[in-house]
Ligand binder design. Sequence first.
Ligand SMILES: CC(C)(COP(=O)(O)OP(=O)(O)OC[C@H]1O[C@@H](n2cnc3c(N)ncnc32)[C@H](O)[C@@H]1OP(=O)(O)O)[C@@H](O)C(=O)NCCC(=O)NCCS
Length: 391
Amino acid sequence: MSSPFDIGPARADEVHDLAAIAGWAFTPSPADMLPWFEKIGLPSIRVIREDARSVGMLSIIRMGQWFGGVSVPCAGIGAVAVSAHHRGRGVATRLMQAALREIRDAGMSLSALYPATQPLYRAVGYELAGTRFEVTLPADAIDIKDRGLELRPATDSDRPAMEAAYARRARWSPGNLDRDHYLWDRVLHPRGEPPLSFLILGPAGVEGYVVISKAAPGTIPSDFVVHDVVAGTPAAARRLLSFFADHRSVAKNIIWFGPPSDPLLAALREQPYTVKVRFQWMVRIVDVISALEQRGYPRSAEGELHLMVDDPLLPENNGCFLLEVAGGKGSVRRSGRGTFRVHVRGLAPLYTGFQTPEAVRVAGLLEAEECDLGVAAELFAGPAPWMSDMF
Ligand SMILES: CC(C)(COP(=O)(O)OP(=O)(O)OC[C@H]1O[C@@H](n2cnc3c(N)ncnc32)[C@H](O)[C@@H]1OP(=O)(O)O)[C@@H](O)C(=O)NCCC(=O)NCCS
């Protein structure tokens, strides 16, 4: 008997059904989903239909993720939703399996997502691989006053300079996104109160920027939410902190999503802030060879790993791979002794630097000799992976 399920790109005549499914899951009403469909575009939506009726959907965002100074092609998955009366029958699992096959065939090496529930994604090869950290800084506790650099409202024509400032920071921040148009739009035009954007100008040109809005417009004091921030020099960090402090009569906290050891915080004299784990994101290694070859490695690291990968979903990833790293680059061949046995799920936190090889071993996703664990620790060493974007 043929399957009653059919999976493919969304059609224009399905938008209202899809808005009902996703609206029930994510927004106050289905109508609130419609502008989102406009922004992301129907070619980014995949639909699963049963007997020709749409019963679930997800979005695929083509982006990159920076690892070792290189942007690795990555498919962001969002808006995974199944209509309430079709849940619990493997619909989302089928849809995810088909999406991963498509992503691999399209030449993407990684996939990343924020999981509202983990078993669904673990079952198709994702694992926790990085963090969205939330920084909360009380505005009246900022102990810096430095208005040395010019700070002025940003205009549309400043966008290329903002993107360049972001890229300089993101490139060396493992896990940060290489944003496409849609992701930039989410940052600059988020839902709710329109934010204001400001540029910081110094001798080096654009040294930073901030995109900020009120968390609860009309309430005083309100927290202020930073949608995006870059401070590329010490002077820019001090100017930004002073700008935040200038809101202290009406702002309770300034909240942003940064690295766990943010240079902005290091510019403060004391520690009046908190940094908490807001969400942990997952990664799936979709193409073992290209993922390992595309990322950068520490320049001083040199060594080889004889991987044996177990991927129950994508058979091309199964088997022995020899990874050789030298001069900051990795090359991979289908050969080797297969002494570093890793489940494709375990490869994700190793790849991003989220967990040490020893931690992946303790999690039950890796078996290897002590010396190979040491080599892997050197090859994948780096600062904690993080991203500020939600998608
Ligand atoms: C999450 C959701 C997409 C799952 O759809 P589904 O078709 O019922 O999922 P499946 O039947 O394929 O189940 C896959 C796994 O996910 C688990 N799961 C399913 N729905 C779940 C839910 N709402 N919460 C937690 N876990 C859930 C199942 O138990 C199953 O795991 P198991 O095999 O270990 O038992 C669906 O419940 C939904 O639309 N929820 C609201 C929106 C949402 O949370 N989306 C996820 C955004 S990341």
